[in-house]
Design a protein around this ligand. Structure first.
Ligand code: ZN
Length: 149
């Protein structure tokens, strides 16, 4: 029952991704790539006075990566840098450790099932790494395989 609900949310967001567009006047952008799956993403942020005023993404990838980016943009809009960074850490924990999703993760809890599929974890976390890079003003594209090169 719960799993069906989770799948429904992921399917919905992968088929009709939210904030899937270029952001005009974005103050920060970053690109990310997951060579294991072929997921590519570009994240746009309008960052002002320590707050993510607006956020969007463009890319091509699997259902998990698209749904994750879609839900990420919904979640991070209006968040401060500190709140966003805390959510990145919590989301990463959710996908890599046996931890329960707290209310702060909201709909992102649907990704807890991805933990069972280690290859898919990178699909789900790619957009978050890319967001972080954009926030920090990184010049180099993000790759999930960087540490292995
Ligand atoms: Zn993928």
């Amino acid at each position: 029952m719960l799993n069906d609900l989770y799948q429904e949310v992921i399917l919905d967001h992968s088929k009709r991704p939210r904030n899937n567009r270029e952001l005009e006047g974005a103050s920060r952008t970053a690109e990310g790539y997951n060579p294991l799956c072929g997921d590519k993403i570009k994240v746009f942020i309008n960052y002002e006075n320590g707050v993510v005023k607006d956020i969007s993404f463009q890319g091509s990838g699997c259902a998990i990566s698209t749904a994750s980016a879609s839900l990420m943009t919904e979640t991070l809009k209006g968040k401060t840098k500190e709140q966003a960074e805390a959510l990145i850490d919590r989301f990463h924990e959710l996908l890599t450790k046996e931890t329960k999703a707290g209310p702060e993760l909201g709909k992102l809890a649907v990704f807890s099932g991805v933990r069972e599929f280690p290859v898919r974890v990178k699909c789900a976390t790619l957009c978050w790494h890319t967001f972080k890079a954009a926030l920090e003003g990184a010049a180099e594209p993000v790759s999930t395989e960087k540490e292995m090169e």
